[in-house]
Design a protein around this ligand. Sequence first.
Ligand SMILES: Nc1nc2c(c(=O)[nH]1)N[C@H]1C(S)=C(S)[C@@H](COP(=O)(O)OP(=O)(O)OC[C@H]3O[C@@H](n4cnc5c(N)ncnc54)[C@H](O)[C@@H]3O)O[C@H]1N2
Ligand code: MOO
Length: 453
Amino acid sequence: MDGHRLWSVDEHLADVLGAVRPLEPIELQLLDAQGCVLVEDVTVPVALPPFDNSSMDGYAVRTADVQGASEEFPAVLTVIGDVAAGSGELPTVGPGEAARIMTGAPLPPGAEAVVPVEWTDGGTGGGAAAGMTPASAAPEQAGGEVRVHRAAEARAHVRARGSDVQAGDLALAAGTVLGPPQIALLAAIGRGTVRVRPRPRVVVLSTGSELVQPGEPLTAGTIYDSNSFALAAAARDAGAIAYRVGAVADDADTLRSTIEDQLIRADLLVTTGGVSVGAYDVVKEALSSVGSSSPSGSSGSGDGDGDADPDVDATRIDFRKLAMQPGKPQGFGTIGPDHTPLLALPGNPVSSYVSFELFVRPAIRALMGLPESEVRRPSVRAVLKADKALGSPAGRRQFLRGTYDAETGTVSPVGGSGSHLIAALAHADSLMVVPEDVTSVEPGTELEVVLLG
Ligand SMILES: Nc1nc2c(c(=O)[nH]1)N[C@H]1C(S)=C(S)[C@@H](COP(=O)(O)OP(=O)(O)OC[C@H]3O[C@@H](n4cnc5c(N)ncnc54)[C@H](O)[C@@H]3O)O[C@H]1N2
Ligand code: MOO
């Protein structure tokens, strides 16, 4: 590999996406399938609603009995009992009769319509009722008489069987992403489990002997490990199940054995730090031999012989420099016997986060089998609102942190371009993209803006 070649952002993303395949589908409980892509066409087994039922609390009546009824000349009906939601045995409503009925309760035989309780005296013998008294408090109101003040047409306040979906209808097509409303429908038609592509299990591992876990005291020269938190959160946000592994020291053997241990639960591995050119940048060294019976002794970007122990070929991590800022040094490849994809991101906090957004998030969403339109973050065009022109390095696609105002269609920079500026990142909602051939952006210029959501 030409060590001096700069790869474009698009080339690197294409390589990453070219190496990930959607995960094999599995059967999951409904709530575990939230956010996942359905891989089966789900048909409706029984009509919804399964039976004609009332949409109001009131009285189930025969329409002829309430024809012409008014407050002055109410229809007086004999109450034959209650029909509550869940009632199995139903009374038959004969001429001159009514049954108290609750919302969702089956329409009893003989009844043709429901009159809401507000259209009646509620069986009290007084004026219009505001509601029903609880059955436990006034059991006698399931009997006696009710005065109905208004007429009702046939099927009034009745939700017909199958008016939502019919048995045999397609409830949800394969490819649907299961959000709360889709999960509601699946539950409503009685599905306990569904076949989906699972959430990818993403292991996030930060490297660096200077890293201390939040909550612990800092000592001279140490800083808190923020990357593993940022990226584990970003992985979850992308739809993955994230496993955060606290910082690993800059020691190739420790890193190698930690990664080997993690492979068992990883569909994708993400490391941060140790990918530039320093004397302690151990990620390259460590990744050249994970899963191999012996170290390959190279960056893993070679082709391999093909005739050696197959495990020797199992790790191929390519370390390259990208024409972007931040995020120049990157590693990508597959690792271990299952050829698990691994992205080695640079250690600077903004660099690792931006790299995650650009490369890891799409990889996670491709593993989930999401449609292409949902693999990448959406972007918009917006006009730069700033006091002065923004500088950008020649030949690099720069991603500056910004706040986007949808109302005015403008974007304003937050903080500078330094890849250590975590506070500015925390106050941004978007990335402003300055193309490779642009070295200065004047206020008023239109830019592409990636919305971080
Ligand atoms: N001579 C050169 N030096 C550097 C180059 C270069 O081309 N030539 N590239 C620079 C760029 S650009 C980047 S980005 C960094 C990438 O470095 P590494 O991936 O090796 O990362 P580290 O050296 O381990 O750390 C960089 C920086 O980030 C801090 N860091 C690391 N991990 C975390 C973490 N989990 N939480 C918070 N902060 C973290 C670390 O302390 C360093 O300050 O290399 C440049 N150097
Ligand atoms: O390219 Mo580095 O990722 O600026 O900080």
